[in-house]
Ligand binder design. Structure first.
Ligand SMILES: [Ca+2]
Ligand SMILES: [Ca+2]
Length: 211
């Protein structure tokens, strides 16, 4: 039963908790997650790794590594909301001891930005066209790994409100190193597949609170 629950959660299982007569909170796991990679650093992504289908190691890396630029992508089916969205947050977890590649003391991960995009590019599949959308803000600073918490919650209220207004059935979030970030490091993000194998408490989660 536990296994079935975990699988459902990882495949986009949605549950809603009434917080009060007027407020409801919905938590959603990604339908899919993975990486977009610019393999030759010419500024154009040219390779897609969807973690579920390509059997990668259950983490998505964002950063400038191995002379590539890797971006981590998470796509969520939006809950059907008939009330105004009051607040939305994206919770993500870093993987490994320090959450960084290289995963060692004294390293600094890259300053990282969060972008969002709506349908039709957001569609439950990781594709090259998902290198799109609008910058929402900073996700992580370029700080020594010892000072970075491994559970990261980002306010995405504006993005989800825009998605609701546009009646977009999906929303995608993409993490990528800031243009000014140095080469050589990346952040290691746990995926829904990681959570499926290691515990649903680690699942990337989009929480939407409606009025
Ligand atoms: Ca390229
Ligand atoms: Ca997509």
């Amino acid at each position: 039963m536990l296994k079935i629950f975990s699988a459902l959660f990882a495949f986009g299982f949605v549950f809603t908790v009434p917080l009060s007569a007027a407020t409801a909170e919905t938590k959603t796991a990604p339908e899919t997650d993975g990486c977009l990679i610019d393999t030759d650093s010419d500024g154009i992504v040219d390779k897609v790794i969807a973690v579920r289908t390509d059997g990668e190691a259950r983490e998505a890396i964002s950063g400038k590594l191995w002379k590539q630029n890797r971006k981590a992508v998470f796509e969520f089916k939006l809950p059907e909301v008939d009330k105004p969205v009051k607040k939305a947050t994206l919770k993500l977890f870093l993987n490994g001891k320090f959450g960084c590649h290289p995963d060692k003391e004294g390293a600094s991960g890259p300053e990282t930005d969060l972008y969002y995009y709506l349908s039709p590019e957001a569609d439950g599949k990781i594709e090259l066209v998902d290198d799109n959308g609008v910058k929402l803000g900073a996700a992580l600073p370029g700080k020594p790994v010892e000072s970075v918490r491994k559970a990261i919650t980002i306010d995405v209220t504006g993005a989800v409100q825009e998605a609701a207004a546009a009646k977009s059935p999906w929303i995608g979030f993409r993490l990528e190193a800031a243009p000014s970030a140095a080469d050589g490091t990346g952040w290691r993000w746990r995926t829904a597949e990681f959570a499926e194998a290691n515990g649903k408490q680690f699942c990337p989660t989009l929480t939407v609170v409606t009025e």
